[in-house]
Design a protein around this ligand. Structure first.
Ligand SMILES: *Cc1c(COP(=O)(O)O)cnc(C)c1O
Length: 375
């Protein structure tokens, strides 16, 4: 059976974890944590980076930093992972679901303005499959209405919008290093990115349970205490050590994933031209970080048939999100608007196996199976 996903080891993970263990400093914010954070700040020009225990945690920090009051509205796509909405709901906000675009599952910037009310405080674009949302349009709407933008860049490491790194455009952003993402911190992990100077100090405090410890250790204040809200968002040094091994190899990881992605694209294009399905859409303004290869089929039956055919022949392909606005928990918190594009992706999108250790021959075998199915 070809798995859908398999975490990749670059080779030095255990070595760095061993180093962390024997350095005698295992709690957060040690040498590996600082190295990872500095790596992101230097490579992508992010103002301030803080490692977290998950992408969900990074989103929760974003939501806390937005200082929402009950009744404040946050616009999120409905076709996303639950944490995009959950983080803001936990802070007492009302979540307003936006539809996806026709061309790809990203939030439709053109329909945003109609969702804005005097209570709107934040827009949360999700860069689905690592492909950029139309950030110029989104930032323009945010500026006009004085809103914050939090990028859910969980899938978007090493991806760009008009040459700007994703995660570096909104006021705040969150990345994930879950084992299903391009790089992992040993199963679970995340990163908060602060681009707006206003949030830097408070982000550090929230990260460390509401204490000003970071300032204390830098010698900026002469005692530390409990100065704000917060939680324990720091990962252990062992996770940071694992992540460091992956960051050192990011160019190799990205090149390999891109080669596999390109092979899928080249092999499946003739079938897409015959309209059996559509291929991933990468707008001119976006780069491709090869996070995901997906097909959009014409309807639910067609998708169910293809997934079964692949499974019966030894390849695991999977569908993705069920729209949040029609899920048991969020349906009662939704204002009832129809979101037809989200529903279409929920019914029709299928993801093919894509991971570093997948072999080119396995991609070919999967493409052969798809060809046979449509012959
Ligand atoms: C993976 C993911 C998350 C959550 O990240 P975790 O590290 O699993 O908490 C949030 N949003 C999106 C879009 C994701 O793909």
């Amino acid at each position: 059976m070809i798995n859908f996903n398999q975490p990749h080891l670059t080779g030095k993970e255990a070595h760095y974890m061993y180093e962390a263990v024997f350095a005698g400093k295992l709690s957060g914010n040690g040498r590996f944590t600082k190295a990872c954070q500095a790596w992101f700040e230097q490579r992508y020009g992010f103002r301030k980076c803080l490692l977290t225990t998950s992408g969900t945690d990074a989103l929760e920090m974003c939501a806390m930093l937005c200082e929402l009051k009950p009744g404040d509205e946050v616009i999120v796509p409905s076709y996303t992972f639950v944490s995009t909405a959950l983080a803001f709901l936990r802070e007492g906000a009302t979540v307003v679901f936006a539809d996806s675009m026709k061309r790809n599952p990203n939030i439709d910037a053109e329909t945003l303005e109609a969702l804005i009310t005097p209570r709107t405080k934040v827009i949360v674009p999700v860069h689905y499959a690592g492909v950029a949302c139309d950030m110029d349009a989104i930032m323009a709407v945010a500026k006009k209405h004085n809103l914050l933008v939090v990028e859910d860049a969980a899938q978007a490491i090493d991806s760009y919008y008009k040459g700007k790194p994703l995660g570096g455009i909104g006021h705040l952003a969150a990345f994930s290093f879950h084992e299903t993402k391009n790089i992992t911190a040993g199963g679970e992990g995340g990163l908060l990115v602060v681009n707006d100077e206003r949030f830097v100090r408070r982000a550090e405090i929230i990260w460390e349970k509401g204490t000003n410890r970071a300032e204390f250790f830098r010698g900026e204040v002469n005692k530390y205490g409990w100065v704000d809200m917060g939680s324990s968002f720091l990962p252990s040094e062992v996770n940071a050590a694992f992540l460091w091994a992956q960051l050192e190899n990011i160019d190799d990881i990205q090149a390999k994933r891109t080669a596999l992605w390109n092979r899928y694209h080249e092999r499946l294009k003739p079938l897409a031209d015959k309209q059996f399905f559509t291929l991933p859409d990468i707008p001119d303004y976006a780069s491709n970080n090869a996070h995901m290869f997906y097909l959009v089929l014409p309807n639910l039956e067609a998708r169910t048939g293809l997934i079964k055919h692949l499974k019966d022949n030894g390849a695991c392909a999977v569908f993705h999100y069920l729209s949040l606005h029609s899920s048991p928990y969020y349906a009662s918190r939704h204002d009832g608007r129809a979101l037809p594009e989200c529903d279409r992706y929920a019914d029709c999108l299928v993801r093919l196996p894509l991971f570093y250790d997948l072999k080119m021959e396995e991609v070919d075998a999967i493409c052969d199976l798809i060809e046979t199915y449509y012959r």
